[in-house]
Ligand binder design. Structure first.
Ligand code: PLP
Length: 473
């Protein structure tokens, strides 16, 4: 029997319930299943069928072929990269966004554009950013947020020289340089996308044993830059391994003095602002010209979700304006399509709105606080272990460490082997890290579900692995 879309639609409730059951079963196993898929490869591709069996059979086929071959990246012991999970409320918001399928890029016919505005206002409240200074928008993640920040800075650099870069192009604009101490790789990608070029980066010296910019060196570098060059300072809050924060107050002062744009890549570090004892790390971010942040990391909304803020929405809208008579609905809402690469836009605010509505500021604060405590717990265990050694100081939610090789053994090869053993073991997932010229292992805590007990499971695994590795097992 073949099914058509119509008969699927008549049974929509039933179909959604079976999808919900499948999703709940997946989540039910998250805390106990291996953290990485035992067999992630897909060797046999099945070709397109002429007539499909309908949604429910498609879901069954999907589960049969791929069901147990996903990672537990949404779970409590997936500590690779900086990986958030999804809170129940965020998951519901994401599903509902698909169900109602609003296009936020087109305003005027739906409250979705207003909910987007409310969600951004709530985020500004959460991060203690002045709402009268900043506007913003949702985007797909930290990289897109960095693209938008630098695109706005590029427009600003042209504007100061009387050039509308969006109209006349980069060829008519003054040269632009980006100053940074420890830029995330996505900033270089953003520079490539925006036509600034990766070579426009001016690396600035860092403070000793830090990933933070040396403000004296930045002062000198900006002073040495010829007048007429557009200067963008890209600050970190925080770096991905050392979790270092640039001194944003000092940098804001220097940018004011040297007429430079201050962009802050705060993909996950912005969340330090929710916790009183961590907030000083990120002091001064409210003086930035643009700020990039991620939703799918510490806010724990599903992929893909990012947001960004700027004090110059006028320039952002000039940079990526989309004009067409058929799109002019006369809505009083901000034109979200003019603040993003995407013209048609998913209702990306809804999962974030749901999570903020359900758990409030205190809910987000608790996750950040817990994750930072868990990072310290792991670091303390490592410091007391004779099989492992801490490589970098723990400032926030990331631990970078190293397995101690037996005398006469190559340390890097030993660590690669340790990491492979950790990944094969399946109790906890980590990825490579590097610090001070030494390669190591990196664990990042950003999942709402992670408990102190999960740290115990991980340290048990690390102890077992060290014993096996030393026995040559
Ligand atoms: C993750 C991250 C990015 C990139 O974000 P995506 O969401 O992966 O695009 C940029 N900067 C920092 C500091 C990050 O941690």
């Amino acid at each position: 029997m073949t099914a058509d879309h119509g008969s699927d639609y008549e049974r929509l409730g039933e179909i959604l319930r079976s999808a919900a059951d499948a999703a709940a079963a997946f989540h039910g196993g998250l805390a106990v299943r291996p953290v990485a898929a035992p067999d992630p490869r897909l060797e046999m591709l099945e070709s397109l069928s002429a007539t499909g069996p309908g949604a429910e059979a498609a879901l069954a086929n999907f589960r049969r072929r791929f069901g147990d071959r996903f990672s537990a990246s949404a779970g409590p012991r997936y500590w690779a990269f900086v990986t958030g999970g999804t809170t129940p409320a965020a998951l519901v918001g994401d599903w509902y966004a698909s169900a109602i399928d609003q296009n936020v890029g087109a305003a005027g016919d739906s409250v979705a554009t207003g909910v987007t505005r409310e969600t951004l206002a709530r985020l500004m409240q959460l991060f203690d950013l002045p709402a009268d200074r900043f506007g913003g928008a949702f985007c797909t993640g930290g990289t897109a947020a960095n693209v938008m920040g630098l695109m706005t800075a590029r427009q600003w650099a042209g504007d100061r020289a009387g050039v509308d870069v969006a109209v006349a192009g980069l060829a008519a604009a003054p040269p632009i340089r980006l100053f940074a101490g420890c830029p995330h790789a996505s900033l270089l990608k953003a520079m490539a996308i925006l036509g600034l070029g990766r070579d426009a980066l001016v690396p600035v010296a860092r403070l000793p044993d830090r990933e933070a910019i040396d403000p004296e060196a930045l002062d000198a570098a900006l002073a040495a830059t010829p007048a007429g060059v557009g200067k963008i300072v890209s600050a970190s809050a925080a770096t991905v391994t050392g979790n270092d924060f640039d001194d944003l107050e000092r940098l804001a002062d220097l940018c004011a003095r040297h007429e430079a744009w201050l962009h802050v890549d705060a993909a996950f570090g912005l969340f330090a602002r929710c916790v009183p004892e961590l907030a000083p790390l990120c002091a001064g971010v409210e003086r930035a010209d643009s700020i990039a942040a991620d939703g799918h990391k510490w806010l724990n909304v599903p992929y893909d979700s990012g947001f960004w803020f700027t004090a110059r929405t006028d320039l952002a809208e000039a940079a990526c304006r989309l004009d067409a008579a058929y799109l002019d609905t006369g809505s009083p809402e901000p034109p979200w399509r003019n603040r993003a690469v995407e013209s048609s836009q998913r209702f990306r605010a809804l999962p974030a709105w749901m999570t903020l509505e359900a758990y409030g500021a205190q809910g987000v604060r608790q996750v950040v606080r817990d994750n930072c405590r868990q990072a310290r717990l792991l670091a303390e265990w490592i410091e007391n272990s004779d099989a492992y050694d801490l490589l970098a100081p723990v400032r926030l939610n990331v631990v970078c460490f190293r397995a101690l090789p037996p005398a006469g053994t190559d340390g890097d090869a030993w660590n690669r082997d340790t990491l492979l053993r950790i990944q094969r073991d399946g109790r906890v997932f980590m990825t490579p890290g590097a610090w001070g010229g030494k390669s190591g292992i990196r664990a990042a805590f950003s999942n709402w579900m992670t408990s102190d007990g999960d740290v115990g499971i991980a340290t048990d695994a690390l102890a077992d692995i060290a014993a096996d590795q030393r026995r040559g097992a």
